[in-house]
Write a protein that binds this ligand. Structure first.
Ligand SMILES: [Zn+2]
Length: 304
């Protein structure tokens, strides 16, 4: 089997009306023109083992597992390489999923394999690597899927986030809206962690004003309904050292004497596990306050 050519298409083309970023590879199947997948012993089992996520490919069957069914019944290597190229890009976090494989008119064993890409260089690499992976599976060798996917990934998270930001200038404001409507904890889970969230919003988690904003949001969204407490307001004052003291004013439907100090310890404990920076009870000699910029105190009124 040989790759005859790999070309990048960026614009109007004869393969698709809606897709304009496509890799066009011409393949010469050689002996495999007479050996579709069902004629290669163990091919179906091995490709399932090495690329189990191909299960999601519907192919012409129109439902998950459809592509595996085609392999089991017998399909040609060009079509399989097309799906593998798409899947390698998907595993690397790129949004692709469209492909077509058609025989070259009048040339037996020659195929046009066309699939979409996000990044043209990664797309060309995916074409070559998919070719290698399928050859390895034919030869009963172990394709190194993890290291291939690593090569296809954008260099680092920041680079991929920058790419997203270029395409999606509203991302930052959408994330900010989410923080305001659902709270910092839920939002950070949705974007994949506080670390990713900080990168999207360019947050400096060592900055005291940033810490203040995040902590206030955390407290406002922290659900303590079971304790029947209501947060009425948050007051902030700055100490001579530039630290902030956030005072939680609330109402509680209980006359538990130590409620205020329990609340402060409870909420500080929860925040300690969520934020990478420290939050400490104010005026509490037991705790080390080194590197702490945010302190919490509270006052609760008892509802009759
Ligand atoms: Zn298909």
């Amino acid at each position: 089997m040989k790759i005859k050519s790999i070309k990048v298409i960026d614009g109007k083309n004869k393969w698709s009306e809606s897709k304009d970023k496509l890799i066009h590879m011409v393949l010469d199947l050689g002996v495999y023109e007479n050996k579709p997948s069902n004629k290669i012993e163990g091919f179906y089992e091995r490709i399932k083992e090495h690329l189990p996520s191909l299960q999601s490919h519907r192919c012409s069957e129109g439902k998950p597992g459809g592509f595996f069914k085609r392999i089991k019944e017998g399909t040609w290597m060009g079509h399989i390489i097309e799906h593998v190229a798409l899947e390698l890009q998907t595993l690397a976090g790129m949004d692709t999923g469209w492909g077509r494989t058609r025989g070259v008119k009048g040339q037996k064993g020659m195929y046009n394999v066309v699939f979409n890409y996000e990044d043209k260089d990664k797309g060309k690499l995916a074409a070559r690597e998919a070719f290698n992976v399928v050859n390895d599976i034919i030869d009963n060798k172990n394709p190194q899927i993890d290291s291939i996917v690593k090569k296809l990934k954008p260099k680092n998270l920041q680079e991929s986030i920058r790419r997203i930001l270029l395409e999606e200038t509203s991302l930052q404001s959408r994330v900010n809206e989410l923080i305001n409507s659902r709270g910092i904890v839920v939002t950070s889970t949705m974007v994949g962690g506080l670390d990713t969230l900080s990168k999207i919003l360019n947050l400096d988690l060592n900055d005291v004003d940033t810490q203040e904003k995040l902590v206030k949001n955390f407290i406002n969204f922290y659900d303590l309904k079971e304790e029947s407490i209501i947060i009425d307001s948050l007051e902030v004052r700055t100490t001579v050292n530039g630290e902030k003291v956030i005072k939680v004013n609330g109402t509680v439907n209980d006359d538990w004497e130590d409620f205020s100090s329990w609340y402060v310890l409870h909420i500080c404990g929860k925040m300690e596990r969520f934020f990478p920076f420290k939050t400490q009870p104010y005026d509490h000699s037991v705790f080390s306050t080194r590197n702490t910029k945010i302190f919490i105190e509270s006052e609760f009124l008892y509802e009759e």
